[in-house]
Design a protein around this ligand. Structure first.
Ligand code: HEM
Length: 182
């Protein structure tokens, strides 16, 4: 069995601080993105159209959207997207992003689908960064903030699995050790 790891002690939204540090996300990155917020807002409707066209074109993902209020979902995904251009990324931000991940856990959506949709989001980030007076720095900042989201989204899935396994085996430490497969 492997040894305990310090990372096992980092819980929920605390992981945001850790990731910001790990990735070297600076306040200048937030400022560059904030300056792009009006451009991002203008792209919002095209982004969600591209996003949902892709999900509806694939039977396994379309199934999750049957009977959903699509106007509401377009609005919520645009709001999520605009969150990346708010300039500051604090605990409340992390909590909200974790919650969004949890919503997807609860509908039984395999994590590969949201991760695959980053392809669409990244291509819009690319285009929006071109509108900056520092396009290379803007793209790098966008990549960092989007990567934070990917990590947090994944964490919602992992937290859920770990919580259930820990309940089953009687403790998180044992659950983590079992998941190492050794
Ligand atoms: C980058 C990937 C994705 C992002 C950023 C995203 C974002 C969101 C947001 C912000 C909400 C609203 C959460 C809330 O209630 O506050 C939501 C709900 C939802 N999403 Fe996603 N989503 C993603 C991928 C997907 C995929 C691949 C599917 C599957 C087809 C999907 C299906 C749904 C469904 C069914 C809901 C509504 C759940 C409910 O209200 O019960 N999402 N999504």
């Amino acid at each position: 069995m492997s040894e305990d790891r310090a990372s096992w002690q980092i819980k929920d939204e605390e992981a945001l601080d850790e990731l910001i540090q790990l990735m070297g996300l600076r306040s200048e990155d937030g400022a560059i993105l904030q300056a792009l917020a009006p451009t991002a807002a203008a792209y919002g409707p095209t982004l969600t159209k591209t996003f949902y066209d892709r999900l509806f074109a694939h039977p396994q993902t379309a199934e999750y959207l049957q009977g959903m209020d699509m106007q509401r979902l377009h609005g919520m995904v645009q709001e999520w997207f605009m969150g990346m251009f708010q300039g500051g990324y604090d605990r409340e931000y992390a909590r909200r992003r974790l919650y969004i991940g949890e919503v997807h856990v609860k509908v039984g959506l395999p994590v590969r689908y949201p991760l695959a949709m980053i392809d669409v989001v990244m291509s819009f980030g690319d285009q929006i960064a071109q509108a900056s007076d520092q396009p290379a720095a803007a793209l790098q900042a966008f990549q960092k903030v989007l990567t934070l989201d990917i990590a947090i989204f994944n964490q919602a899935y992992e937290d859920n699995q770990l919580r259930h396994l820990a309940e089953l085996v009687g403790g998180e430490r044992l659950a983590r050790r079992l998941l190492t497969g050794t």
